[in-house]
Design a protein around this ligand. Structure first.
Ligand SMILES: [Zn+2]
Ligand SMILES: [Zn+2]
Length: 833
C-alpha cells in the first residue's frame, strides 16, 4: 500500500489533469477566475494577471502587514461570530467545540484538527453527526512548532481551527455549493475583492482516505484549506467513499490577524494579554524594527532551515542591523509571546481535564508549561502563568466561557506544576555543575537525555554557563512521546466463521444468573452460544464462573461481537442443542458491587478533589478493586476520609443505577464527553450507566440495580503510582465487611499484646518501638522502666487511621502490625533478666 504522502502527490497531478471533475470550476469561472500554472508547478486560480501562485515562497512573503486588503477589521472574538453568522445564513449549524483531550479516540491524545471531532465513527458513516452541515471553532494542540512560537509571529502550539463540515452520500454532494459558501466568507466576512484571493489546486491524504482540496491565499498568507474526502485507497486501487466528507479547516488566529494586519498574529489574537505583558516586562515591539524584521521572520522557521545561526545573520544583513542587536531585541519579545501562547494552550488543555505529567499527552503539556516558566525565570519577569491564564480566560469569555468557570482548578494545577518545576531546578543544580566542571561539550542527545530523564531544560543549563541550545529542541523532545497504540488482544484468535453476534443477557439484569441458550459452535473446550448471561473479562472486570449443563465454565472472553465460554473439558454438545447456563451468583454479586463502587468512588473523588479527576484505569477483582485517577498529588488522610464518606452516603441514599442503550451522538450531547471515563468505546450505540446527579459513564460491565446494593465501601489504601496519577484500592459489599472485620481483629489483637485500649495503640506502639531500639538495638538498659509500657496517650482518630498510623510508626504494613508488635515485645522481654 502507498503512503499518504505518495497518494497525495499522485492525486494532485491526477486532479489537476481533470479540474472540471475535481474542483469547483463552475463557480470559479462564474466569479471571473482564470486557471494558471505557477513556476512551482501548482495550478492556481486568480482574476489578476499574476503569473505566480499565492504561496509565500513564490510571491515574496507576507504582504498584508500594516497593509491588509481586508475591508472588515475583525478582532479575535468577532472573527468567529461573523463567520458563524454568515454560515448560518447559508444553512450551517454552529456547534460547540469538543474538548481538546480526545477522549473518544484510542489513537490520539490531543485533538489536532477539527475533523478529529468526527473520527472515526461519523466519518465512517456509523454515527450521525451532531448537525449537518456544521461549523465549529475547534481548539487544537500540536507540538511540532514549539520552537517557532514567538519568533515567526505566526506559529502556535494551541490554536482554533474553524471547521466547515458536511457528511453526505454521493447524490447530495455539491462541491460548487460548499466552495461558494467559503468564498462568501472571504468576500463578505473579510471583505476581500476577488483580485485579492488566490485559490490553489492541491490534494490531501490521511488515514488511507484522500481527495482533492483547494487552498486559499491572500497577500502570501494561507487563510484556509477546503478538503474533499472522496476516496479510499484499497489494495485494488482507489475506491469511492460511500459518504463524502467536507473538511474545511481555517486558522481562526490567521483570519483575525489578516484583517488587523498587525506585525505579529499574537497582537491580534490576545491583544489584552500582550498589552499587560508589555507593561509588566517593559518589552514592546519596536514599530520600525518589526516592520523591517517581520517579512523575514518566516525565514527563521527552524523546521525549514539547516543552520539557524546563519539564517539569523542573513536576516540581520537584509534589514541592515547587527545580528547581536537584532537577537537582543527580538528574543525577549518572542519569549514574551511564547509565555502568553503556551499559557493559553495550557489553559484550554487543563480546563478540558488534562494534567501535566511524564507520559503521553501530559508530557507534551508539561513541555510547554516548563518552557513558559523557564522564560519567566530567565528574564525575571514579575508575572505568573496563573495571572496570564486569568487574562486569557477573561478575553475569551464571549467564545469559551468554560475557561473562566474552570479557572480555579487550572490555577491549582499550574501552582502545583510551578512547585514541581522549582524542585527540579533545585535538584538539578548539582547535576549541572558536575556536568559543567567536566567542560565537555554537551551534545544534542545529551541535552535531550537531560530533559527527558531529569526535566533539566537547556535554559536551566544556560543559567550557569553559555551553551548553545539545539535547534528545534522542543519539537524534538515532544516527538519522544509516540502516538498512543491501542492495546492488542492477547488471546489467540478463534476461527468462528459466519455466526450471528452473541445476544448479551447481562446488560439487562446483573441478577439474571440462569438461562437457556442454543449451542452455535464448539471448538475443543470452547463454546459459542446464541445468547449468554456470562460476563466476559473486559473493562477491567473479571469474567464470571459457573456451569453450562454439567461442565464448569472456567474462563469467558470476548472476540469481536462473540462471547467465548471456556469449559473445563471438551463437551459433547451438538450444534443446535439447548444448554442450561448457571452463573456463580456470589462471585457475580461481589464483582458487580466492586464495579458499581468504582463509579461511586470516581464520582466522589471528582466532588472532593475537583473536575480534573478522570478515571485513568480500573480493575475489579473478587477480593478488592482499584481505581486509578488523574490527580497531581498524593491524597491526604482527610481527602481519603471525605471520598469514603461521600461514597457511603451515596450508598445510604440508595440511588438507582440506570443502564440504557443510547445512540452515541445523543449520549454525547446529553452527558458530554465525561462519559468516556474508561477510555474510547467502540460502536454506534453506547451503554450508558447513570447514577442520577452523581456519575454517568459509558460502560459495558455488570452493575447493581441501586447503589444501596453495594452495602458498604471501604478504601484500603491510596498511593501515587506515577506523576499525575493516584491509585485508590477499595472493597465493597461482603469483601468490605470482611476487610473491616479483619482490621478490627488486628486492632483487638494488638491491644491485647500491648495491654491497652484500641485508641491507645499508636502511643503504646511508639513507646514499644523506642524502648526496643534502645534496649535491643543499642543494648542500653537504664532501669526496670525500660521493660514496662505505660503510655496512656489516646488517639482521636477512627479505627482505620489508628491502624494506618500504627503501621507507619512501626515502619510496616497494616497487615503485619500484630506480628511486628509481638516480635518487638518478645525481643524486649528476652533482655529482661
Ligand atoms: Zn507557486
Ligand atoms: Zn461500569
Amino acid at each position: 500500500m502507498k503512503s499518504d504522502k505518495e497518494i497525495k502527490k499522485e492525486f494532485k497531478i491526477k486532479a489537476s489533469k481533470n479540474p472540471e471533475k475535481y474542483y469547483a470550476v463552475d463557480h470559479l469561472k462564474k466569479e471571473g477566475f482564470k486557471r494558471k500554472k505557477c513556476k512551482c508547478g501548482t495550478y492556481f486560480w486568480t482574476t489578476t494577471n499574476s503569473k505566480l501562485c499565492g504561496d509565500p515562497a513564490c510571491s515574496g512573503g507576507f504582504r498584508f502587514i500594516g497593509n491588509t486588503p481586508a475591508k472588515q477589521e475583525l478582532d479575535y472574538i468577532q472573527t468567529w461570530k461573523k463567520f458563524a453568522s454568515i454560515m448560518k445564513k447559508l444553512g450551517y449549524t454552529e456547534i460547540k467545540r469538543y474538548p481538546v483531550v480526545a477522549r473518544w479516540r484510542d489513537d490520539q491524545y490531543w485533538v489536532g484538527a477539527s475533523i478529529y471531532d468526527f473520527q472515526p465513527h461519523v466519518v465512517s458513516g456509523a454515527v450521525e453527526p451532531p448537525a449537518n452541515p456544521l461549523v465549529v471553532p475547534q481548539f487544537c494542540l500540536r507540538f511540532n512548532d514549539i520552537d517557532n512560537v514567538g519568533i515567526t509571529g505566526a506559529h502556535y502550539t494551541g490554536f482554533v481551527m474553524i471547521g466547515q463540515h458536511m457528511f453526505v452520500p454521493k447524490e447530495k454532494w455539491d462541491q460548487n455549493k460548499v466552495f461558494s459558501d467559503i468564498h462568501q466568507w472571504l468576500k463578505k466576512g473579510l471583505g476581500l475583492p476577488n483580485k485579492e484571493i488566490t485559490f490553489h489546486e492541491d490534494a490531501w491524504a490521511g488515514g488511507g482516505n484522500f481527495g482533492p482540496c483547494m487552498e486559499y491565499f491572500s497577500r502570501g498568507l494561507e487563510l484556509g484549506n477546503q478538503v474533499y474526502m472522496l476516496f479510499e485507497q484499497t489494495s485494488k486501487g482507489p475506491k469511492e467513499l460511500p459518504l463524502k466528507v467536507l473538511d474545511m479547516g481555517m486558522g481562526h488566529e490567521r483570519n483575525a490577524w489578516f484583517t488587523k494586519g498587525t506585525s505579529t498574529s499574537y497582537e491580534a489574537v490576545f491583544p489584552t494579554v500582550a498589552k499587560k505583558l508589555y507593561k509588566i516586562t517593559g518589552i514592546k515591539p519596536e514599530g520600525k524594527l518589526m516592520r523591517k524584521f517581520l517579512p523575514y521572520s518566516s525565514y527563521l522557521n527552524v523546521d525549514e532551515v539547516d543552520d539557524i545561526d546563519k539564517t539569523w545573520k542573513q536576516v540581520a544583513k537584509k534589514i541592515n542591523i547587527d545580528v547581536k542587536e537584532l537577537k537582543e531585541k527580538i528574543l525577549p519579545l518572542s519569549a514574551l509571546y511564547s509565555v502568553a501562547e503556551h499559557t493559553r494552550a495550557a489553559l484550554f488543555a487543563i480546563s478540558d481535564g488534562a494534567l501535566p505529567n511524564n507520559v503521553g499527552g501530559g508530557y507534551n503539556l508539561r513541555v510547554i508549561i516548563r518552557r513558559a516558566m523557564d522564560f519567566i525565570d530567565k528574564y525575571k519577569w514579575h508575572v505568573t502563568m496563573n495571572e496570564i491564564a486569568e487574562w486569557h480566560a477573561d478575553y475569551l469569555q464571549p467564545l469559551f466561557p468554560e475557561l473562566k468557570k474552570n479557572l480555579d482548578s487550572v490555577k491549582t494545577i499550574l501552582d502545583v506544576e510551578y512547585k514541581k518545576y522549582q524542585e527540579t531546578k533545585k535538584k538539578s543544580k548539582q547535576l549541572i555543575s558536575n556536568l559543567l566542571k567536566k567542560k565537555t561539550k554537551i551534545s544534542e542527545s545529551k541535552f535531550i537525555e537531560l530533559y527527558s530523564s531529569h526535566g533539566i531544560s537547556p535554559e536551566m543549563i544556560a543559567e550557569y554557563a553559555p551553551v548553545k541550545i539545539p535547534d528545534n529542541f522542543y519539537a524534538k523532545v515532544s516527538q519522544l512521546q509516540k502516538e498512543i497504540q491501542p492495546v492488542k488482544e492477547k488471546k489467540a484468535k478463534l476461527h468462528i466463521g459466519n455466526l450471528p453476534d452473541t445476544e448479551i443477557l447481562y446488560y439487562k439484569d446483573f441478577a439474571l444468573v440462569e438461562f437457556e441458550a442454543v449451542v452455535l459452535k464448539v471448538i475443543n473446550d470452547k463454546v459459542i452460544l446464541d445468547k449468554t448471561a456470562f460476563y466476559p473479562t473486559s473493562g477491567g472486570q473479571l469474567h464470571d464462573l459457573g456451569t453450562l449443563d454439567k461442565y464448569k465454565v472456567i474462563d469467558v472472553y470476548k472476540q469481536g461481537s462473540h462471547v467465548i465460554h471456556v469449559l473445563d473439558k471438551k463437551p459433547n454438545f451438538k450444534k443446535g442443542q439447548i444448554v442450561k447456563g448457571k452463573i456463580d451468583f456470589s462471585r457475580r454479586l461481589q464483582l458487580a458491587q466492586h464495579h458499581t463502587s468504582t463509579h461511586i468512588i470516581n464520582g466522589a473523588a471528582k466532588r472532593v478533589l475537583g473536575n480534573h479527576i478522570w478515571q485513568a484505569g480500573a480493575h475489579k477483582q473478587l477480593d478488592k478493586a482499584r481505581l486509578d485517577i488523574t490527580h497531581y498529588a498524593s491524597l491526604t488522610d482527610d481527602q481519603v476520609k471525605d471520598i469514603e464518606k461521600l461514597a457511603n452516603e451515596i450508598i445510604k441514599e440508595n440511588k438507582p443505577v440506570y443502564s440504557d442503550l443510547m445512540p452515541r451522538n445523543i449520549a454525547e450531547k446529553k452527558y458530554g464527553f465525561t462519559i468516556y471515563q474508561g477510555g474510547a468505546v467502540p460502536g454506534k450505540v453506547l451503554r450508558i450507566i447513570s447514577i442520577p446527579d452523581f456519575d454517568t459513564e459509558a460502560c459495558g460491565g455488570t452493575h447493581l440495580h441501586t447503589t444501596g446494593e453495594a452495602k458498604l465501601i471501604k478504601i484500603i489504601k491510596t498511593s501515587k503510582i506515577q506523576d499525575g496519577m493516584v491509585r485508590i484500592e477499595f472493597t465493597a459489599g461482603e469483601a468490605a465487611a470482611k476487610e473491616i472485620e479483619h482490621e478490627t481483629e488486628i486492632l483487638q489483637q494488638a491491644a491485647k499484646i500491648l495491654d491497652c485500649k484500641i485508641n491507645q495503640i499508636p502511643g503504646r506502639a511508639k513507646e514499644l518501638f523506642e524502648k526496643w531500639k534502645k534496649v535491643v538495638k543499642k543494648r542500653r538498659i537504664d532501669s526496670k522502666d525500660d521493660f514496662i509500657l505505660h503510655s496512656k496517650e489516646e488517639s482521636q482518630d477512627t479505627e482505620p487511621i489508628i491502624l494506618k498510623n500504627t503501621a507507619l510508626i512501626l515502619k510496616t504494613q497494616p497487615e503485619h502490625v500484630v506480628k511486628t508488635i509481638s516480635r518487638f515485645k518478645n525481643d524486649l522481654m528476652k533482655k529482661k533478666k
